[in-house]
Design a protein around this ligand. Structure first.
Ligand code: ZN
Length: 352
C-alpha cells in the first residue's frame, strides 16, 4: 500500500523529517506501501481541524470483552512466516491456501479464485473468506492480505509483519468467535490475495484480490449487507502505533478509538495521520464504511519494509494482542450501537 497521491509518495516517504534521507528512502518506497503525508505534524493538525465531532456510542455492549490469545497469534505468525514467500503463482501461495483450509476445516469457507491480468502476465489470485454467522442481519468483515511481493520472488522475503502477522491475527480472532452464538452481526474473515504490486504500484497493478472481491460482492448484492470493513496490515511491530488513515471512514475510526480507549490502549492509536492505499479502498469506493489499521513506517525510515529484514525479531505478541482486542471490542461496540450508526443502506459508489 502507499499514500493516495503518487506525487506525494517520493516527497514523503519518510519524510519531511530528514530531507537528506530522501535518497535512501526512494528505493524502498518504489516497492512499498509507504506512509505519511509530506509533513506529519501539519497533516495531523489539519486532520484534527477537519474532524467531525466524534461519534458518541452510548449503548454498553453486553457481556465481557473478548481477548485474543497472544501466544496463539504469535504461533500462527511464526507458522505463516515459515511457509516462506507467498507471491501469486508460488508454491507458498498454494501452501498457505492449504494451511488456511486446514485451520478452518470445520468452519464455513468460500473461495474467490481467478486469474489476474498483471504486468507479468496472468497470475493466479485466491481470496479465502471464512464466515461466522450472527443473529443480526448484516456483516462485519475483517481483512488481511496474505501475499508477499512478486518483485521479491527471488529472495527469501516472507513478510513477517507485512502479510504474516495480520493473517495470523485473523486466525486468533477466529478462535474467539468459533463455537459461540454471535449475538449481533455475522463476522466474515477475508484473506485477501494479490495486495502487493507485481511491478510498480498503480490503480491497475495492486489490490488484485480486494478489487475482485469487492466487485463480485457488489454484483451479487453481498456488499449491501456489509456494515463495516476493518482491515489489519503491519500491526505486529513492537509497541504498535496505528495511524489515522485519511482514506478510511472517520466514524468507524471513532468506533475503533473508542474501543481502544475502553481497553486502555488508546495511546497505540491515531497519534499520526496519513493517507494509505490498501485493501480497504475497493470497498471504500463502493460506500462501505472502512478502517485500515496499519502502523507505518516500519523501522526507522521504513528500512524493514519490503526487505528480507521483515522478520520475526522486529515483532511483539503484545502488539498482536492490542490490535486483536481492539478489533474484537470494535465489533462489540458496533453490535451494541447498531441502530445509531451512520451506515449506508446501499452499495452504490460513494458520491452517487
Ligand atoms: Zn507490503
Amino acid at each position: 500500500m502507499r499514500p493516495t497521491a503518487w506525487q506525494s509518495r517520493r516527497r514523503v516517504c519518510f519524510v519531511a523529517l530528514l530531507l537528506t534521507l530522501a535518497i535512501l528512502c526512494a528505493p524502498a518506497c518504489n516497492k512499498t506501501k509507504t506512509a505519511s503525508a509530506s509533513s506529519e505534524a501539519p497533516a495531523t493538525q489539519q486532520a484534527a481541524q477537519q474532524q467531525p465531532a466524534a461519534l458518541q456510542l452510548n449503548a454498553e455492549p453486553a457481556g465481557s470483552a473478548l481477548h485474543v490469545d497472544s501466544a496463539r497469534a504469535w504461533q500462527y505468525t511464526k507458522e505463516i512466516f515459515a511457509i516462506g514467500p507467498r507471491w501469486d503463482g508460488s508454491k507458498g501461495q498454494e501452501k498457505l491456501g492449504q494451511y488456511l483450509h486446514k485451520k478452518f476445516a470445520n468452519d464455513m469457507v468460500e473461495e474467490d479464485a481467478f486469474q489476474a491480468d498483471t504486468p507479468a502476465g496472468k497470475l493466479p489470485v485466491r481470496n479465502i473468506v471464512v464466515k461466522f454467522p450472527g443473529t443480526k442481519d448484516g456483516v462485519i468483515v475483517l481483512g488481511s492480505h496474505i501475499d508477499t511481493n512478486y518483485t521479491l520472488r527471488n529472495t527469501s522475503y516472507a513478510g513477517a509483519n507485512d502479510g504474516s502477522s495480520s493473517t495470523a491475527l485473523l486466525l486468533a480472532i477466529a478462535d474467539q468467535l468459533r463455537g459461540k452464538k454471535l449475538e449481533g452481526y455475522s463476522v466474515w474473515l477475508a484473506f485477501l490475495d494479490g495486495e502487493e504490486a507485481v511491478e510498480h504500484w498503480s490503480a491497475t497493478d495492486s489490490l488484485y484480490g480486494s478489487r475482485h472481491l469487492a466487485a463480485q460482492w457488489q454484483q451479487d448484492g453481498t456488499l449491501a449487507k456489509v456494515r463495516a470493513f476493518l482491515l489489519a496490515d503491519m500491526i505486529a511491530v513492537d509497541n504498535v502505533d496505528v495511524l489515522r488513515d485519511e482514506n478510511s471512514t472517520p466514524w468507524l475510526q471513532d468506533v475503533v478509538y473508542q474501543a481502544a480507549t475502553r481497553l486502555g490502549y488508546q495511546s497505540h492509536f491515531y497519534g499520526r495521520t496519513s493517507a494509505i492505499e490498501d485493501d480497504h479502498l475497493p470497498f471504500h469506493e463502493r460506500n462501505v464504511p472502512v478502517a485500515d489499521l496499519i502502523d507505518m513506517p516500519y523501522g526507522y525510515n521504513d528500512v524493514y519494509h519490503h526487505t528480507t529484514e521483515d522478520t520475526l525479531d522486529k515483532l511483539s505478541p503484545k502488539s498482536l494482542q492490542i490490535t486483536g482486542d481492539v478489533i474484537l471490542e470494535s465489533i462489540r461496540l458496533l453490535n451494541a450501537n447498531a441502530d445509531h450508526l451512520p451506515i449506508p443502506t446501499g452499495n452504490q459508489p460513494a458520491g452517487k
